[in-house]
Design a protein around this ligand. Structure first.
Ligand code: SF4
Length: 298
């Protein structure tokens, strides 16, 4: 039994012996929620929905986590690999556009096994790895041939902000290396379906969530993405930040702006920067920023 090093924390928890790591989970895969998710990017959700499978726990643990109801605990239903494969097949039977594995990193070996079992049983949907971006190069390599689409965050280019809000000063360096590896391990962006860009079947989509009061840091993150990857990745700039930090948290003492939503002016400034950098095809969110409804009811 070796200590776990599935994510960059490499915290060494012996999960097979019942220890829980920084990600708050033991060895057995657990699923918190399964749904047809209507609010992912259009070629991921389509008209029916993305087949989202939410895993509890998270190696990154952002202070403002938008899915904190499940990311802070290991709560959910323990499933064997065969049962997980059946979940994937069930989503296919419901018409899902893909299998969207949300925060899968800390259960990666079991998930890969379940995908292979499901493929053998007829699963034909693209596999989407929906991650914080805090991944090791080894982990991405191990996914080669299993994952079709990476839906990854790039949260920060600034190490100090990554440290303050996610306790991960190495996030910018680690996430950039991971994205390079994602590009190496997947086919270029491609779509299928009758309409233009109807369904994403391969490639790397990089999400950036704009934080209230941090326009400058968002612009910095986009500049870094542009310099590193150009249009090899598809950018998704998100305005849906919803305050989730409890009142009285010391995080709010240091970052009181995180108690509010992103203003339309802030979001517009980040979009303007993307335009100025030369990004042409990117996803952005219409309407009132930060609708609570973007967060599934766990
Ligand atoms: S996946 Fe969890 S247990 Fe494994 S190294 Fe990361 S935080 Fe630790």
């Amino acid at each position: 039994m070796a200590g776990c090093a599935l994510c960059p924390r490499a915290c060494g928890a012996v999960r097979e012996a019942g220890e829980r790591g920084v990600c708050a989970t033991g060895a057995e895969p657990v699923v918190s929620h399964v749904m047809l998710h209507e609010w992912e990017e259009p070629p991921l959700s389509g008209s029916v929905g993305s087949g989202a499978v939410f895993f509890p726990g998270c190696p990154l643990g952002c202070t403002y986590c938008q899915n904190h109801a499940i990311s802070r605990s290991g709560a959910g239903d323990p499933l064997s690999e065969a049962e997980l494969a059946q979940v994937f097949l069930g989503l296919q039977a419901r018409g899902a556009l893909n299998v969207n594995l949300v925060t899968p990193t800390h259960f990666a070996p079991a998930i890969r096994c379940a995908v292979r079992l499901a493929r053998d049983a007829g699963l034909a949907l693209p596999i989407v790895w929906n991650t914080s971006g805090y991944e090791t190069v080894r982990a991405i390599r191990d996914n080669e041939g299993v994952v079709d689409v990476y839906l990854t965050d790039f949260k920060y280019a600034d190490a100090a902000l990554a440290d303050a809000l996610s306790h991960a000063p190495d996030y910018p360096r680690v996430a950039l290396r991971a994205i390079h590896e994602m590009l190496r391990c997947t086919r270029p962006l491609s779509f299928d379906g009758a309409a233009r860009e109807e369904r994403l079947v391969s490639g790397v989509v990089v999400r950036h969530l704009v934080l209230p009061g941090h326009v400058e840091e968002s612009c910095q993150a986009l500049s870094v993405l542009c310099a590193e990857f150009g249009d090899a990745v598809r950018l998704s700039i998100m305005s849906q930040y919803t305050p989730q930090i409890s009142e009285g948290s010391p995080v709010l003492d240091a970052f009181p702006e995180l108690a509010r939503r992103v203003t339309p002016e802030e979001y517009e400034a980040v979009l303007d920067h993307a335009d100025a950098l030369g990004f042409t095809d990117y996803y952005w969110q219409e309407g009132d920023p930060a609708q609570e409804s973007f967060i599934p009811d766990f």
